[in-house]
Design a protein around this ligand. Structure first.
Ligand code: FAD
Ligand code: NAP
Length: 538
């Protein structure tokens, strides 16, 4: 592809999800020329791709939304406590229209590579629809955007539709009267299974590892609730930003191991009745102490036994792992669905899947005739989308080489040796261990302010130093190791993708992280080096 005809911009942003759109808004507002490049043919990212039945957020709508515009948060009406995928997508489309963003997005274009030209101090970005050059490049490519398709022999020979939850078709899928198989029992499966069970004639759920799930107790949002939050939206956001994970987790700063059994049970029961992710904040030692965690696990296993009629199915659905070290799921009627006569739970841990045939699926001991297959098999998380782009920094260093033993980035924002390349919610930042929209906004604001700072000083090349990166990574690992998170085979660790290095990727440190970033700025962007762009033709 000819580089002579490259389109020139100040900044290229890859991805038109919540992160890419806000990045565009901020950089354009600073007078930069920006082009967003998006593989899909619409805005929304996660909420554009994940159209499976039952998809909705698990952080409450009035918190899982942008706060950069007071008018926007005052005017948008969320209809439910947890918004559905169509509602979130129409919100993002509204934002794109309201701030006139789509005119700077090039859709249906996939970025293949990005090379840093040290002489010019510019990035060359190649895509399947053109070449671009820019001073800055921002990877707003998403933490959960690269679908993980299992390598099961025969998968490509299945005659019926094979539907990955993360790439669900746009046209309606009619599963009525069909024999449907679902592989996986993570959040996507747990949300979709009750809906699939209503449609399908027979539903087979192929479970390798059970997960803990808390009822959402979803409900319509009343005018009173909306008004109550709106009356003090900024204060509501500020209070929640101080809580672990960055949303109203109803923090209870008491240790489970110091609580008497009756109160322990009562607190878990209150959390179960309240619903959703705040269950994990019932006590302050749950994610640090195995014995404390076991009290929560015991409570949840009893709930599963109470919900599921068949004791054998209940036992299979009961995890023996640490609560929360795989992301806690939030459901509506998940466990109850296994009481339906048309739903069967199949344990593929003891009897693994051996192949997919044109008309079904075989385990070692049994064959299942299927008309449709749903892959709720998750994502190559945190690094998947970035690693699919061939990125070369100073001296031609490939990011894939640098990250061969696991991702390395200072504050999850920049990797040393890759000047002017920014990551939004990159590995080493709280990202998936936080309410992601505020975390996205915080990263975008950091990057936009940092770029403005650099330009105001005529030192437009910004790069993290190797020393600051090393220190930060050591800290990220130290914090993770003090918790129970590294104890499960989770996607946080890359354990769901064969061959991926096992490194705990997100930073368990919200809200301390935000404070750290403020500190870095207060100390003149400590840990980042600024230098002028090379003279043209130098
Ligand atoms: P994404 O929304 O993933 O957008 C990235 C975009 O980049 C995609 O559109 C993709 O097509 C594009 N892209 C990637 N690579 C390329 C390339 N090479 N070329 C061109 N384009 C590219 N988080 C929460 O905090 N709360 C929730 O309730 C919640 N629910 C979720 C539910 C589901 C089903 C999933 C999968 C995730 C959920 N998340 C949730 C996490 C969610 O991903 C984030 O909240 C948020 O939507 C991420 O936005 P983003 O813009 O960073 O990335
Ligand atoms: P996931 O949590 O990674 O779950 C994938 C499932 O597929 C697991 O049960 C896994 O089993 C199974 N699996 C993978 N390969 C398999 C194979 N070869 N054979 C059998 N089983 C296999 O993915 P996800 O459910 O898509 O969720 C990913 C993340 O997206 C969530 O953790 C959450 O952060 C986000 N999300 C949020 C919501 C929400 O409620 N708002 C909804 C969906 C997703 P093993 O565990 O044994 O590997």
């Amino acid at each position: 592809m000819s580089h002579d005809r490259a389109q020139e911009f100040d900044a290229i942003v890859v991805g038109a999800g919540l992160a890419g759109l806000y990045m565009l808004h901020r950089l354009r507002g600073q007078g930069l020329s920006v082009r967003v490049i998006e593989a899909g043919n619409g805005v929304g990212g996660t909420w554009y791709w994940n159209r499976y039945p039952g998809a909705r957020c698990d952080v409450e709508s009035m918190e899982y939304s942008y706060q950069f515009s007071e008018e926007l948060q005052q005017e948008w009406d969320w209809s439910e406590r947890y918004a559905t995928q169509p509602e979130i997508l129409s919100y993002i489309e509204h934002v794109a229209e309201r701030f006139d963003l789509a005119r700077d997005v090039q859709f249906e274009t996939r970025v293949a590579s990005a090379d840093f030209d040290e002489k010019a101090g510019r990035w060359t970005v190649e895509s399947d629809r053109g070449v671009f050059r820019s001073t800055y490049i921002v990877m707003a490519t998403g933490c959960l955007s690269s679908p993980n398709t299992p390598e099961i022999p025969g998968l490509d020979r299945f005659a019926g539709p094979t539907l990955h939850t993360g790439q669900w078709p746009h046209e309606p899928v009619d599963l009525r009267g069909k024999r449907v198989g679902v592989i996986g029992t993570g959040s996507s499966a747990i949300q979709s299974i009750p809906h699939l069970a209503e449609q399908a004639d027979q539903l087979f759920v192929f479970q390798r590892t059970p997960n803990y799930s808390i009822p959402a107790h979803n409900q319509p949002l009343t005018d009173e609730r909306r008004a109550e939050v709106r009356k003090r939206y900024a204060a509501f956001r500020a209070e929640n930003a101080l809580m672990p994970f960055g949303f109203d987790t109803r923090v209870n700063d008491v240790a489970a191991l110091e609580t008497d059994p009756a109160e322990l049970e009562a607190e878990y029961e209150r959390r179960w009745e309240h619903g959703g992710l705040p269950f994990l904040s019932a006590f302050n030692d749950l994610i640090f102490d195995r014995e404390a965690n076991e009290t929560a696990a015991d409570f949840l296993r009893r709930k599963i036994r109470a919900a599921v009629d068949d004791p054998e199915a209940a036992a299979l659905l009961s995890p023996d792992t640490v609560v929360g070290c795989k992301r806690l799921c939030v459901d509506t009627d998940y466990y109850e669905t296994f009481n339906r006569p048309n739903v069967r739970l199949v344990d593929v841990k003891s009897d693994p899947i051996v192949e997919i045939t044109p008309d079904g699926l075989s385990t070692g001991n049994e064959t299942f005739a299927l008309d449709a297959l749903v892959l709720a098999t998750g994502f190559d998380a945190m690094t998947g989308a970035i690693s699919k782009i061939e990125i070369r920094g100073r001296g031609g260093l490939a990011l894939s080489e640098k990250w061969a033993a696991g991702p390395r980035a200072y504050l999850g924002l920049q990797s040393a040796g890759f000047p002017n390349l920014f990551l939004i919610t990159g590995p080493g930042s709280p990202s998936v261990l936080s309410n992601m929209i505020p975390s996205i906004e915080q990263h975008v604001n950091f990057v936009a302010d940092c770029v403005a700072h650099a330009r105001s000083q005529d030192s437009e090349v910004i790069e993290a130093t190797a020393e600051s990166e090393d220190e930060w990574i050591a800290h990220v690992n130290e914090v993770a190791d003090a918790s129970l998170y590294p104890q499960c085979n989770s996607w946080y660790l890359g354990a769901n993708v064969p061959g991926k290095p096992r490194v705990f990727m997100p930073y368990l440190g919200f809200p301390a992280y935000v404070e750290k970033c403020r500190d870095v700025v207060a100390h003149g962007y400590e840990g980042f080096r600024f230098s002028p762009l090379p003279a043209v033709g130098a």
